[in-house]
Design a protein around this ligand. Structure first.
Ligand code: FES
Length: 116
């Protein structure tokens, strides 16, 4: 069962939530369920309001690659978070992007820190 820690400098406490490993839940859905005020609007990978920084805090296993959807790649490039080269390198190395859209990222079996 992965632990997802949401962190924001405006909120002093970090909050840790245990997640049932359904592997179908987006980060945004999880945040909303727990009343974490992650910005969002379209909830469909279009607006970029839900951009978050994700890092692994899981020492038990190697980092897993995450698939970025085409929409997510487009928006993250538009926001200046990733370049075309970054995206190609991540895909080639099967590594996760530190920048994600919370409405597109499916929570997987890995402990992560989410900065929003
Ligand atoms: Fe619009 Fe996620 S809420 S891209």
């Amino acid at each position: 069962m992965p632990l997802v820690t949401f962190s924001n400098p405006e909120y002093k406490d970090k909050t840790v939530y245990a997640v049932a490993g359904s592997h179908t839940e987006t980060l945004l859905k999880l945040a909303k369920e727990h009343k974490i005020p992650v910005h969002h609007d379209c909830q469909d990978g279009e607006c970029g309001n839900c951009v978050v920084r994700v890092s692994s805090v899981d020492n038990k296993q190697q980092r897993m690659g995450y698939h970025l959807t085409d929409k997510e790649q487009t928006v993250l490039r538009h926001l200046g978070k990733l370049t075309k080269e970054d995206i190609e390198r991540l895909a080639l190395d099967d590594m996760p992007s530190e920048w994600r859209l919370a409405c597109q990222m499916i929570v997987r079996d890995e402990d992560i820190l989410v900065e929003y």
